[in-house]
Design a protein around this ligand. Sequence first.
Ligand code: SF4
Length: 387
Amino acid sequence: MFRLSQYMRELVHPTPLTAPRKPSGPVVIWNLIRRCNLTCKHCYTTSADIHFPGELSTSEIYQVMDDLKAFKVPVLILSGGEPLLHPDIFAISQRAKDMGFYVALSSNGTLITPDNIEQIAAINYQYIGVSLDGMRDAHDKFRQKIGSFDASLAGIRLCRQHGIKAGIRFTLTQDNASDFPAMLQLMDDEDIDKFYLSHLNYGGRGNKNRKDDAEFLLTRRVMDALFEKALAWEQQGLHREVVTGNNDADAVYFLHWVKRHFPERAEHIQAKLEQWGGNASGVNVANIDNLGNVHPDTFWWHYNLGNVKQRAFSEIWQDVSDPLMAGLKASPRPLKGRCASCDYQAICNGNTRTRAQQMTGDFWAEDPGCYLEDEEINPVVLNVPLI
Ligand code: SF4
């Protein structure tokens, strides 16, 4: 996850480069339940409004939680399906809070209502993220349910009214990109705390067509608009959080934007971005699915590292006999193709390995979702000025 607003803040109010703080353990995104009241087109869990057998019981969830705490996991992001459909969601959340985790909820927002908002507020979640896939028409079409946009927005408003930090998660596609400016306007109109732009796990069509690839051109346009908006919010002192996910090349694209618009800050931003270090799947980001299977992140559901019913998460996570985990944890990662020769590996860390694996069968092949031109990844070799 690329925390854009953090680096925008560095442009406006630079802070000294200090020794990096190593996280005590990975952030765990935990799909507690697969059941969902919606059937969204891009859902990575292909959920439905039915019970899925074999899910962790609440007592098993508590056992895993104890292990996560002992392993110094700092953050739990409780997700689904729709986590509010879990019959024990409030007991689980309260226990996690009492144990000292930072606890966030990832919801579709439609089940946040006047009937349960007091209970939700009482948990004191650090953050509630609600997925919106565009404005009313686009969202309802995506979610395949009329009225779901209004219900989700009502959920966000209830959170805001009860002092809960809430934000929008927007997954960019060709179909909803035209709503992107309206989504940013919605952030202003509703005074929403956080905007998360998630790239679709799109592979592109390889290096040859990169310049003409409609998806890549669209991504670049959207990122340019996001940079401008994030800068404006920062300059207005609004401090809205803006993050992007599922394409760590965003950070490199941002660095080139800084070189063009704030050349005097480029060196500072580059140093800060290198300190962050790019993709952290399998290192600082982990996923546990509803059945207890552990994955390097939420896009690796087709690849199991082990199951917490049979083996403690802490053991699974540290086991580098698995070739994927060994490579993800290696520094540098054993990357190939244009990722191997990229000048900005220290910032991007090879981006999303699941995309490489799904397109080529090789974990370490170049990421086909990298939307940067060759001269943007090897400016010196190609002797092309970027400004
Ligand atoms: S070439 Fe690979 S490492 Fe470089 S920016 Fe693109 S995805 Fe990241």
